[in-house]
Design a protein around this ligand. Sequence first.
Ligand code: CTP
Length: 429
Amino acid sequence: MSDRINILADQRIVLGVTGSIAAFKAADLASKLVQAGAVVDVIMTEAAQKFITPLTFQAVTGRPVYTDLWKSDSSDNLPTHIAHVGLAEGANLLVIAPATAHHIAKIAYGLADDLLSITALAVTCPVLVAPAMDGHMYEHSATTENIQRLRGRGILIVEPEMGRMASGMVGRGRLPEVPILLGMIRHALGREWGPLTDRRVVVTAGGTHEAIDPVRYISNHSSGKQGYAVAQAALDAGAAVTLITTPTGLPQPVGAKLIAVESASEMLDAVLEQVDGADALIMAAAVADFRPVESADQKIKKKTKGLTLELERTEDILETVGKRRLETGDPRVLVGFAAETQDLLRNAKTKLEKKNADFIVANDVSQMGAGFAIDTNIVTILGADGSVVSLPQQTKTAVAEAIIQRVAARLQTVPRRHEVSDEDESSVL
Ligand code: CTP
C-alpha cells in the first residue's frame, strides 16, 4: 500500500474523541492512520457524538466504535470482553484528539466515569493529548494547571494552534491539522519503541546558497527531499533530531529542531555547534564547493556588458568534522553522501577514507530514478568496515530508513559517551 508508514504499520492505536467541533478532523486522522497500516479503535464520548456519528469512524476504521462504558461484547476482537480493559490491553498508544477542557480535567484528576476516561486510567502505553477549545478556556489557569499535571506524568501534549475558532474569535485553541497530529503520533511511538531512543542525531539537508549579491546566488539542484526523509526516519526511530537546512519549501518533520541556514559557511558553523555531544551526523546536504570571493552589498546592475565571477573553495564540512572527531569522539557515527556522475564506487570509497566517515551513501545522480528532486533514489552504502551494499531503486523514505538502521546498528558497537539532556527533549515538543 503506497500510504503505508512503517512506524505506524500494525500498531494498535486507541483514538479517543471528545465533544469539540474539531471532531471532524479526528475522522480524517483515523482514516490516515488506517491507510498507514495502523489498527485503530475509536472511543467517542457522548458529547463527541453530537458533532459526528460513530458510523463515520466505523466506516473509516473498519472496526466497532466504542461509546458505552456499560456495554461489553466478546465479538469485538479485543483481548478481553470488558471494553475498557480490552481496549487498554495491548494498545501501543492512546491518542485523545480533540481533547476538551472537561476531559483534560477528568484525566488530570483520575476521574473515570465514562469509557474514555476509564480507559485512560487502564492503559500502560504512552498517551498523547491534543487540546482543542476556545482560546480563553485554553489560557484559563485551571486548564493550564491540568495540562501541566498531564505533562508531569509524561503525557505528550500537542500544542493547539493560533487561529480562527468556531466562535469567530481568534485565539490559541485550534486542533492542529492532521499531518501535525500524525507527526506527533510518529514521534510518540518512536520515542517509546525506536532503536534511537535517547540518541541525538544531526541531519543536514538542501543545497547551500552562495550569495553573488543581495538578490542572486549560486546553488545546485538539491531539493532536500533525501535529507528530510533521513530526519523523519531518525524521528521515527526515537531520536532527538536537529535538522540543519537551507530553504527547501518542504514541510518540517514534526518533532525536529530546525536550524535554518543558507551558505556553506553558515552550515559549517551550525554543524560544529550541534555536533558536540551528538550521536550521529548525517550530511545529506549538497554543500557548494565554491562561493564568490566577494558578495556585492548592492544588486549588480546589468549595464556592464559581462560579469566574471571569481570563486573560491568553501570549507568541506564533512571532512572538517571527520578530522575533529579523531580528537573529540563526536559524533560517534558519521555518514556522508556521494553524488557522482561517473566512477561511483571508486569516488565514494575515496570520500569515505578522506572524510573519516563510517558510511558513505553513494548515488549516481545521472541515473534514471536517482538523484535530485524526485521521490526515489538508487544508492550503494559503503561502510568503513569494507561493507558494500547496493540497494535497488526505492523511495527516499526507504533509503532513509536503511541508513538509520545502519546508524543504529553502528551505535551499538561504539561506546556511549553522552546522554540526551532534558533541554534537548523539551525543545522538540
Ligand atoms: N560536503 C561537505 N562540504 C562540502 C562539500 C561536500 O560537507 N563543501 C559533504 C556532502 O554533504 C556529502 C559529501 O561531502 O555528504 C560528499 O559530497 P559530494 O558533493 O559528493 O563530494 P565533494 O566532497 O564535494 O567532492 P567532488 O565535488 O569532488 O565530488
